[in-house]
Design a protein around this ligand. Structure first.
Ligand SMILES: NC(=O)C1=CN([C@@H]2O[C@H](COP(=O)(O)OP(=O)(O)OC[C@H]3O[C@@H](n4cnc5c(N)ncnc54)[C@H](O)[C@@H]3O)[C@@H](O)[C@H]2O)[C@@H](O)CC1
Ligand SMILES: [K+]
Length: 455
């Protein structure tokens, strides 16, 4: 995912910051850049409106003091309300640079049209005290625009979990790199727009946001097999495999074939229906099993005898039973939460940790679906999807995703890249299809989503 925006844990962020400090950049310089970026982003977003900045005791609060100084230069009234005195040297430095008053944050604190939350960032250790939650919630409700410094206070940076209730923000300005909480639910849906400011810290990681895929353009001498043959195995519910097969075809597979014991109505004539399995055909770029498979575990067992790359979805996952069956299968599995727990049990850690552990245990690429889909590979790569539209939660959209992944895999992307490309395109197709879409409309929107990537 070269070029995609890296996502750093708190430990990685501290290490990156330390590297910059060791190379000669003072921590105050980093804070100055962060606070200036926060001020600029807030000003560009909200314009000239009176501001209240809430500052905490750590460096997140330090960023808030710096931002106040920069915003005051624009001639807007800026007030600061502090939750305690600054504790770190850098935050004390930032406090000393601020020439205005500092109020004590309390139930009496008056709101302002623009609220900037610089209470806590990556250093949050526990939930906010109840009284602070209440004050923050009131001030957020009374503001017209809410901006979070680095991340909303109350959010645990590495997991996206809310350690205490968090209001909705319009904008989050983060520094150096995205953090897992910007892309993991529920925090991902509280951040609003996320602006990433460069503060001169070198951020590299095997974790990244899933960005726009780079698909090789079609070669002039392309033929149907070079574009990829997707072979789908039907089961008891043909509607689901029909959706997946159509999605594969619309995603650019050169040839889509469905093995089925009875004719499936409504499949385009371009999708070939066959009553033989043909799973050992060496031309197959990707085998697709699971959507609508129903209670026919023998279909999965047969698929697992084939050596071609495969996507295993839905009932296929349910019937796997043991993740070890995936080892050596060159497989991509696409569980939602319930299927994930059935296959891998209740794993520890954040969704990112769980996805990676599942990939290590199975050797498969794991597309762990939800409002915060992540894609994990057993070599440690982890992709975080952009927040997907909520209207994707409807019947058949998972079958469509499985078909899209199969098409990307069949065009010879590696399993991880194929899954990331399909997840990105699926999200964009959903945006194009709009709030009242059904799974069929999502398929119809795939060509427009593909045109965004110029493939
Ligand atoms: N890592 C980096 O490269 C940079 C980080 N910066 C800022 O620094 C922030 C991290 O700063 P810190 O590590 O000082 O952490 P924070 O500012 O998030 O807070 C840490 C302080 O809050 C206290 N604390 C934690 N949870 C609490 C709770 N629930 N109630 C009361 N007190 C609590 C801690 O004891 C500590 O004193 C980032 O979020 C970012 O805003 C920027 O200044 C620029 C550079
Ligand atoms: K904050």
């Amino acid at each position: 995912m070269t070029g995609d925006r890296p996502i750093l844990t708190t430990a990685q962020m501290i290490a990156a910051e330390q590297e910059a400090i060791d190379a000669g950049t003072a921590v105050e310089t980093l804070m100055e850049r962060a606070g200036a970026a926060l001020a600029e982003a807030a000003y560009l977003y909200a314009g000239k409106m009176p501001i209240l900045i809430l500052v905490g005791p750590g460096n997140n609060g330090g960023d808030g003091y710096v931002a106040a100084r920069h915003l005051a230069k624009h001639g807007v009234p800026v007030r600061i309300a502090a939750l305690g005195e600054p504790k770190s040297d850098a935050a004390k430095w930032a406090r000393d640079q601020w020439e205005g008053d500092v109020e004590t944050l309390s139930e009496e604190t008056k709101s302002a049209p623009l609220l900037i939350d610089a209470l806590f960032g990556t250093g949050l250790k526990r939930g906010l005290e109840d009284i602070v939650v209440l004050i923050l919630s009131r001030l957020a409700t009374e503001a017209h625009v809410r901006v979070a410094c680095d991340l909303p206070s109350g959010v645990q940076s590495d997991s996206g979990v809310e350690l205490s209730p968090v209001p909705d923000f319009d904008l989050t300005v983060t520094f150096g790199a995205l953090k897992p909480c910007h892309r993991l639910f529920p925090a991902s849906h509280k951040c609003g727009r996320v602006v990433l400011a460069d503060i001169g810290v070198d951020a590299t990681s095997a974790w990244a946001e899933i960005g726009q895929p780079r698909l090789a353009p079609l070669k002039p001498d392309a033929h149907k097999y070079s574009r990829g043959l997707v072979h789908a195995l039907a089961g008891t519910m043909p509607g689901a495999i029909a959706l997946a097969a159509k999605a594969a075809a619309r995603s650019g597979a050169g040839y889509v074939r469905v093995s089925t014991s009875r004719s499936i109505d409504g499949l385009p004539s371009a999708i070939v229906q066959t009553d033989t399995a043909e799973i050992n055909d060496q031309r197959i770029g990707c085998l697709l099993v699971g959507p609508g498979m129903g209670n026919l575990p023998q279909v999965l067992t047969m698929a697992l005898t084939s050596h071609v790359p495969k996507v295993i979805d839905a009932d296929g996952i349910t019937h796997l039973g043991d993740p070890e069956r995936l080892r050596g299968q060159n497989a991509i599995v696409t569980p939602h939460e319930g299927e994930f727990q059935r296959l891998f049990g209740r794993l520890e850690g954040s969704k990112a940790d769980r996805a990676l552990e599942a990939a290590r245990r199975s050797g498969a690429v794991v597309v762990y679906k939800g409002p915060d889909t992540v894609v994990a590979a057993d070599d440690g790569r982890l992709g975080f999807a952009l927040p997907a539209p909520a209207w994707l939660a409807s019947a058949g959209t998972g079958d469509v995703l499985a078909g899209m992944i199969a098409a990307m895999r069949a065009r010879a992307l590696d399993g991880f890249e194929a899954a990331c490309a399909a997840v990105w395109l699926h999200g964009r197709a959903a945006e194009i299809a709009g709030p009242s879409m059904i799974a069929d409309d999502l398929i119809a929107a795939i060509p427009k989503a593909l045109s965004l990537v110029d493939a």
